[in-house]
Design a protein around this ligand. Structure first.
Ligand code: DAH
Length: 339
């Protein structure tokens, strides 16, 4: 019996074919459910005990030889088919494609750009590493001006002239230095402040700055523009302008939007007033125009600045600003359906 099996081992070892059908016939003969191996394994119980060991070894060898033969010929035939340029079954389902999502900050930024470009604003950018002139001095914040403390600044090394911009108002200055009125521009960008990180504030965040300079630009134009913006952005156009102070605008105001008091969340975020502060704005101070090479006797203008995170938090009801920077896919995936 073992000799017979040994003959089959030789047969299996020497087997070769180029045809799938013959390979299948080989497989059925040796490994099929009614094949030789089944037969020999069934025989095992009739083998005298002293021969069981040897018998077991040869049938195992036959099994391994046959299995390896089938595998290697199968692989050989497959690779031949591929190199012939065959694509296999073209009707098979494709690999599922993982589609990413846009970051909510980008979504809101793009929405703001769309809204302002409709009324003729272009988009401008400036560097994140700034000098003192563009971030402070030109904006009517000379050295030792107390209002510099309103924004805790990251300085680069020990050189007080090189810093990370604390606001996108620096781009206003650069834009005015390089362009003549009429100017209508918005400047989205990342800004940095040396502040403790909490659920409400972060040391890195984003702003959009707006600037409009022309002949006879008035405060009424500012209000109208902001009203148009809040209507488009939030579907709400009831706003109020509260007198405030910024060194680069005179007069200055803080813009509140009437959010309403319909839900409990409305109560919480508006502290029961229904009003929410969303940006700062004002008429560009004549000193700033002069610093940037624009004649304040011929031109006037308005400017505004808002935080993108704050707007995204309101729109998407996000309770913690840190979510934007953690790159947790469970958070980011929720924005898949937004454009
Ligand atoms: N730069 C101000 C800030 O970061 C925001 C701001 C207020 C910008 C009034 C303006 C403005 O252009 O007119 O807090």
């Amino acid at each position: 019996m073992t000799d017979k099996i040994k003959e089959f081992i030789v047969e299996a070892r020497e087997f070769h074919t180029d045809s799938k059908e013959q390979l299948e016939a080989f497989r059925i003969k040796f490994l099929g459910s009614k094949g030789l191996l089944k037969e020999f394994f069934a025989e095992f119980k009739n083998v005298p005990n002293e021969m069981k060991k040897e018998f077991g070894q040869v049938i195992n060898e036959l099994k391994n030889t046959a299995e390896e033969k089938v595998k290697s010929i199968h692989e050989m035939l497959e690779s031949k088919e591929e190199s012939k340029g065959g694509y296999g079954d073209l009707s098979r389902p494709g690999e599922p494609m993982v589609i990413g999502s846009r970051h909510p900050i980008s979504l809101v930024k793009n929405q703001i750009i769309d809204i302002f470009s409709t009324i003729g604003f272009n988009v401008s950018e400036g560097p994140e590493i700034e000098d003192d002139w563009h971030n402070f001095t030109a904006l009517n914040l000379p050295e030792y001006h107390p209002a510099r403390d309103m924004q805790d600044t990251f300085f680069i090394q020990t050189n007080p002239d090189v810093l990370l911009r604390t606001h996108t108002s620096s781009v206003q200055v650069r834009y005015m230095e390089n362009n003549k009125p009429p100017i209508r521009t918005i400047s989205p960008g990342r800004v940095f402040r040396n502040e403790a990180v909490s659920s409400r504030s972060h040391c890195i965040f984003h702003q959009v700055e707006g600037l409009y300079i022309d002949k006879d630009v008035s405060f009424a134009d500012l209000k109208q523009t902001l009203q148009y913006f809040t209507k488009e952005m939030f579907g709400k156009s009831k706003i109020r302008l509260r007198p405030s102070y910024f060194p680069f605008t005179e007069p200055s105001a803080e813009v509140d939007i009437y959010w309403g008091l319909k839900t409990e969340t409305d109560y919480r975020i508006t502290k029961g007033t229904g009003w929410l502060e969303i940006m700062g704005c004002g008429m560009v101070d004549p000193n700033v125009l002069r610093n940037c090479g624009i004649n304040p006797d011929e031109n006037t203008g308005f400017a505004f600045g808002m935080g993108i995170e704050r707007i995204a938090m309101l729109l998407y009801q996000i309770g913690d600003i840190r979510m934007f920077y953690e790159n947790d896919v469970r958070f980011l995936e929720q924005f898949k359906s937004s454009i």
